[in-house]
Design a protein around this ligand. Structure first.
Ligand SMILES: NC(=O)c1ccc[n+]([C@@H]2O[C@H](COP(=O)([O-])OP(=O)(O)OC[C@H]3O[C@@H](n4cnc5c(N)ncnc54)[C@H](OP(=O)(O)O)[C@@H]3O)[C@@H](O)[C@H]2O)c1
Length: 301
């Protein structure tokens, strides 16, 4: 039987609806949450991501603004702009769209974001808090993976979750989240990467498999235990002459073959992607609530 679909589009809609209510309450009692997105340069993919984030935020009443800087901006000017936004009491959340062009040092830029406004969860303080088991902001993509599983009632506690990919953006923070104590954690976690020996054999031991590699068809049907849950984080554009644009998006999982083996599978597009944006909105609302003293940042939701 074909696997059921982990529907990120619908789930993100539910999350946005719930957040909309919280935004309304904030706007009534204080002011709407404000999110500052910093975009450097002209990269078309980054521009699309920023536009989508801004639209999603505005749709639920978040006051989202984009600060555009040219690719020629100096490190000092960029950091100074982040510093200004950090010091502005009217700004609840700051996001710097990555990657940055040229020689700009993203690590230094991210460190300029005050941790309590770091809605992308990439500041070392937030990364450290999550790794120590006391999260404030979790990075949006791994948080979105967990939200997607949770809202489809996929049990994580005690399960063996195999993550393929160890990036700071996805694989590592996802492992930290899954290791947290509690309902949405308590997993046994294995993290694989390009140097892992016997990848197929390891992936086959996963009750849940998360692919975050950036390479189509990395997870194939023979690598998946029958009945496993498969989450595909990958976004890859491949040539497809049958489409109007000549290309289409695929994940890291061989979707058609794996769906015949798995019990649940997330599609690309329409799986983790929409959840990532929903979690950015969730982090922004949490930042604003904490700012107004009606919520704290303990926990990752
Ligand atoms: N849906 C979303 O919202 C969202 C958000 C973020 C990223 N993504 C997508 O997710 C994918 C991963 O992103 P990322 O930022 O994590 O990428 P990344 O920084 O390039 O990391 C890729 C990871 O995959 C590992 N890897 C590469 N080839 C492998 C192989 N043959 N076997 C096993 N592991 C292998 C790498 O291992 P090494 O560490 O050994 O190099 C690395 O740990 C990309 O397609 C990206 O576009 C989607």
């Amino acid at each position: 039987m074909a696997a059921k679909i982990l529907d990120g589009k619908q789930t993100a809609r539910e999350v946005r609806q719930e957040l909309g209510g919280r935004v309304e309450r904030l706007a009534e009692s204080f002011r709407a949450p404000r999110l500052a997105v910093v975009l450097v340069g002209e990269d078309p993919a980054s521009r699309v991501y920023v536009r989508n984030k801004g639209r999603a935020a505005k749709r639920i009443g978040i006051d989202a603004e984009t600060h555009e800087l040219p690719a020629t901006v100096s490190q000092e000017t960029l950091e100074a702009r982040i510093g200004e936004l950090g010091a502005d009491p009217g700004v609840d959340g700051i996001l710097v769209q990555l990657p940055l062009p040229g020689d700009l040092d993203a690590e230094r830029v991210v460190r300029r974001i005050p941790p309590e406004k770091d809605v992308d969860g990439l500041h070392p303080v937030n990364v450290g808090d999550l790794a120590r088991g006391t999260p404030r902001f979790a990075p949006c993509t791994p948080a979105g993976v967990l939200e997607l599983l949770d809202r489809h009632d996929i049990p994580i506690r005690g399960s063996h979750v195999v993550i393929v990919g160890r990036s700071n953006l996805v694989g590592r923070p996802l492992a930290s989240l899954l290791l947290l104590k509690g309902d949405r954690g308590d997993a046994t976690v294995t993290v694989c990467h390009s140097r892992s020996r016997d990848l197929a054999e390891i992936v086959r031991t996963g009750d849940v498999v998360v692919a975050a590699v950036g390479r189509p068809h990395t997870v194939t049907a023979d690598m998946v235990k029958p009945g496993a849950v498969v989450v595909d984080v990958g976004i890859n554009r491949i040539d497809d002459p049958t489409t109007e644009s000549g290309s289409r998006l695929v994940g890291d999982v061989d979707f058609e073959a794996v769906r015949e083996v798995a019990s649940w599978i997330s599609p690309v597009p329409g799986g983790v992607g929409p959840m990532t944006i929903a979690m950015l909105l969730a982090n922004t609302v949490r930042a604003a609530e904490a700012h107004e003293g009606i919520g704290d940042l303990a926990g990752s939701r």
